[in-house]
Design a protein around this ligand. Structure first.
Ligand SMILES: [Zn+2]
Length: 259
């Protein structure tokens, strides 16, 4: 087991998994997407981020608090990015069923607390429906954690708006996590407003903010919405470190629930 991370379920034998599952009731499921991220970031960006956050958090917690990190779910709900080559999307229904089936399997082996580390905003609505089902149908304690929310204050302090897609924020965080960044390909594209004055491309919207169902091409031709040239790994590290710290603190607390 020397170079194997003892919480990575996919690297364990079933006997090792049995031992781990006797020692924990907390499962972490990293969830991302496979979608365009502008000219400077690869298609796996969100999945890479989810996996890296999950590893960092589980590693920090170990061995005081043991968790089982399930295999990365590398597809997400990305129909709005389909105009860009290489994007692969699940339907919302498939995504929900996938999360529910993975959660049920983990519950079958004794997991009681399911923590989904989601790195793709397009998954959020379907994810909450899936977790509702796992809660109601399986009696599981469930939560979805998203880095841009858990460290939302720092995101807004560290990066200029818009905070949206393949921008300063996302490129910096990906960079800090070790993602492949094509530095010379980074561009600035503030993003159009499909309904001027009402539809801001940002995760932290000023009011009024009314967002119709949109395609990424409503905002951008390049896939970037924001100022990717301002990105740096140093800025990303500020958010990554604090997001990991808060995720760890949260799971430490979760571990004490119903003990
Ligand atoms: Zn992304």
């Amino acid at each position: 087991m020397s170079d194997v991370k003892p919480f990575m379920l996919g690297k364990l034998t079933w006997e090792e998994a049995k031992t781990l599952f006797e020692e924990t009731e907390i499962a972490i499921i990293p969830v991302g997407s496979h979608e365009q991220h502008g000219p400077a970031l690869p298609l796996d960006n969100d999945s890479f981020q989810a996996q890296e956050f999950a590893i960092r958090v589980a590693e920090t917690l170990w061995p005081k608090i043991k968790t089982a990190v399930a295999p990365l779910i590398s597809y997400g709900v990305s129909p709005h990015h389909m105009p860009f080559t290489g994007t692969i999307t699940l339907s919302g229904e498939t995504f929900i069923d996938l999360i529910v089936d993975v959660g049920k399997s983990l519950a079958h082996h004794g997991m009681k607390k399911i923590i989904v580390m989601n790195s793709h905003g397009g998954n959020t609505a379907a994810l909450s429906l899936a977790l509702r089902r796992l809660h109601d149908e399986e009696g599981l304690w469930c939560v979805g954690i998203e880095w841009w929310k858990i460290a939302g204050d720092l995101v807004q302090k560290t990066f200029e708006p818009p905070h949206f897609h393949a921008d300063e924020m996302e490129t910096s965080v990906a960079w800090a996590l070790g993602q492949r960044v094509l530095e010379d390909k980074r561009i600035d594209e503030p993003g159009r407003e499909p309904v001027p004055g009402f539809t801001k491309a940002t995760m932290y919207p000023p009011q009024p903010n009314i967002m119709p169902i949109w395609d990424t091409t409503d905002f951008t031709d390049s896939g970037t919405i924001g100022y990717a040239t301002r990105a740096s790994p140093e800025k990303g590290k500020i958010v990554v470190d604090e997001a990991v710290r808060r995720m760890v603190a949260f799971i430490e607390k979760v571990a004490t629930l119903n003990e």
